[in-house]
Design a protein around this ligand. Structure first.
Ligand code: PBG
Length: 323
């Protein structure tokens, strides 16, 4: 028998490129951006080296640079001047995210603008919505608030709304409200399988949404569950989601793969703040090779079956690779 020699196609860089099965692409990457309403809230996020809370003007500049690098989209998070128990500023037509959407769609009409839709950055208690008498997030009142907020994003010109709250029924309610106002072209990227994860820690510093004892386990998913994720995705598809998301990424690649095998709509994965912080902590200590570790991480998402990768590494990756 002629021996099979697997190493033949690994000999040169060109041959390896020829047989490469998966590719990360800048136009499939999404860079999250934190836009702060007040100057005093702008500045670096300590646990996320290279990431900062930006002013509105700096957000537009950064988006312009990302667009020039060929990045697929930006995902906006707001740091409002005012927080209260009712998250009053989330649905303000003059709120920071609404203003950022308008500025970006005016200055960079070709750039896809996504907006995260959740109340957690707007509540003084840091929870994802309005609380009931027991202190739990009140599902249906929160859905009403999200629907009103989604409409303000749509009126500002957003391309994609991304509800990250994990309330039941929100995708259908948002879709119906958008359509009723004529925003049939605004897409919904649903955070469908969002787990109650320890890996969101640095984000909560970035977004200033870390209340004393925030427990999101009554609405976000329990980490050991895979079949439940398929049910969540199926529900959001039935309610009209245009694309679905799995979050976090690295510890949930099996969920991405299972979703890929089951569903034909676009699948996004969120390479979250803790995954970013974890790698940077190792880079700072000289324990991991920086560029290769980042590239290998992003490749894993694509290989697992994700179409869209939301990552704080998007700009870094695009700066280091030719289009
Ligand atoms: C909620 C939201 C969170 C993240 C994205 N949207 C925080 C949470 O659910 O606690 C986490 C993103 C990250 O960790 O990078 N608005």
């Amino acid at each position: 028998m002629i021996p099979l020699r697997m190493r033949r196609l690994r000999r040169t860089a060109a041959t390896r490129a020829l047989v490469r099965e998966h590719h990360v692409r800048a136009d499939a990457l999404v860079q999250p951006l934190f836009v702060a309403e007040r100057a005093q809230d702008c500045g670096p996020v300590a646990s996320m080296p290279g990431i900062a809370r930006l002013s509105l003007a700096a957000t537009v500049d950064e988006a312009r640079a990302l667009h020039a690098l060929g990045i697929g989209a930006v995902l906006l998070f707001g740091i409002p001047a005012h927080k209260d128990a009712q998250a009053a500023s989330v649905a303000d037509p003059e709120g920071i995210v609404q203003r950022a959407i308008r500025a970006l769609k005016t200055e960079l009409p070709e750039l896809t603008v996504m907006a995260d839709l959740c109340a957690c950055e707007y509540t003084d208690h840091g929870q994802c919505g309005l609380l009931d008498a027991r202190g739990d997030v009140d599902n249906d009142r929160t859905v009403d608030l999200l629907v009103r907020t989604a409409l303000t994003y749509a009126r500002a010109g957003v391309d994609v709304v991304a509800p990250s709250d994990m309330m039941d029924g929100r995708v259908g309610a948002i879709r119906a409200a958008l359509d009723a106002e004529g925003f049939t072209q605004v897409a919904i990227l649903a955070y469908s399988a969002k787990y109650a994860s320890a890996f969101y820690g640095p984000f909560r510093e970035a977004a200033g949404s870390s209340g004393p004892a925030i427990d999101r386990r009554t609405h976000q998913m329990d980490p050991p569950n895979l079949r439940e994720a398929m049910r969540e995705i199926a529900l959001d598809v039935a309610e009209g989601a245009d694309a679905v998301m799995i979050k976090p990424g690295l510890a949930y690649l099996d969920v991405v793969r299972a979703a890929r095998e089951r569903f034909d709509l676009p699948i996004a994965v969120y390479n979250v703040s803790g995954e970013y912080a974890m790698l940077h902590a190792a880079f700072e200590r000289g324990w991991l090779e920086r560029d290769r570790s980042i590239d290998e991480t992003l490749t894993a998402f694509v290989r697992a079956g994700a179409d869209i990768v939301i990552t704080y590494f998007a700009k870094d990756w695009a700066q280091r690779h030719d289009r």
